[in-house]
Design a protein around this ligand. Structure first.
Ligand SMILES: NC(=O)c1ccc[n+]([C@@H]2O[C@H](COP(=O)([O-])OP(=O)(O)OC[C@H]3O[C@@H](n4cnc5c(N)ncnc54)[C@H](O)[C@@H]3O)[C@@H](O)[C@H]2O)c1
Length: 224
């Protein structure tokens, strides 16, 4: 049986991915700072990440879903601690979990990594500069790592969702949320289960000739 770690697995997209992967027959371990996770791990805490990963054992699939929205305001009003916190969770946390699991995947010759980027990382949402820049960083990291691992059997992709109905939207201001929802041609938010279906495929043997790619799941919003 394959084993997966889902960061941010206590809520939203992470929780939906955990449910979906369990349904696919994968053993799933969730890492989160919110209650309900299998391991209470803050992805920004390098020591905690390494300890938890060594306790879990071999990891075949990593879903990096832990993330925060960060400040909802124009860039010139963003405090540097808010900027740094957003990067710490969305980029540095993802980096340290990924760094910890990749060597084992290379050794076993098989692995699937799916990173939650965002349409914000491609388009740049107004009043979400820290979030948008952090998700652009996730896209760049995914493209580099995909190429580095291309001949190892370890496949790394990112997904770029538009607005999906999850608790994260409660941390987005109503004006920003209305604007980014209005950009979706299908005229609705996505559902977590729709995202989990894409992640399920990206985590499987069926996904075999794509790496370092960014998959759109945006109800038609993405233009590239
Ligand atoms: N919901 C959307 O509209 C949407 C769109 C595009 C991208 N995304 C991305 O998808 C991912 C999941 O978002 P979601 O909508 O499920 O949000 P969510 O808030 O429902 O879930 C995020 C989870 O991450 C956890 N988390 C936050 N900081 C953490 C840390 N330091 N260590 C460990 N866990 C931490 C939270 O506790 C929470 O359980 C995020 O990376 C988000 O940026 C979401």
């Amino acid at each position: 049986m394959r084993r997966a770690i889902v960061t941010g697995g206590a809520s939203g997209l992470g929780a939906a991915c955990a449910t979906r992967l369990r349904g696919d027959g994968v053993e799933v371990v969730t890492f989160d700072v919110s209650p309900g996770a299998d391991y209470a791990v803050d992805v920004t805490d390098n020591v905690a990440v390494k300890m938890a990963i060594s306790e879990v054992g071999s990891i075949d699939i990593l879903i990096n879903s832990a993330g925060i929205v960060g400040p909802n305001k124009p860039l010139w009003e963003v405090e540097s601690f808010e900027w740094r916190k957003t990067f710490d969770v969305n980029v540095n946390g993802l980096f340290s979990v990924t760094k910890a699991v990749v060597p084992g995947m290379i050794e076993r010759g098989w692995g699937r990594i799916v990173n939650m980027a965002s349409m914000a990382g491609k388009d740049g949402n107004p009043n979400l500069s820290a979030y948008s820049a952090s998700k652009a960083a996730v896209i760049g990291l995914t493209k580099s790592l995909g190429k580095e691992l291309a001949k190892t059997g370890v496949i790394v992709n990112a997904i770029a969702p538009a607005v999906i109905e999850t608790p994260m939207n409660a941390a987005t201001s109503p004006e920003v949320l209305a604007h980014i929802t209005s950009l979706i041609p299908m005229g609705r938010m996505g559902k977590a289960a729709e995202v989990a279906a894409l992640v399920s495929w990206l985590s499987s043997d069926e996904c075999s000739f794509s790496t370092g790619a960014v998959y759109d799941i945006s109800g038609g919003r993405a233009t590239y």
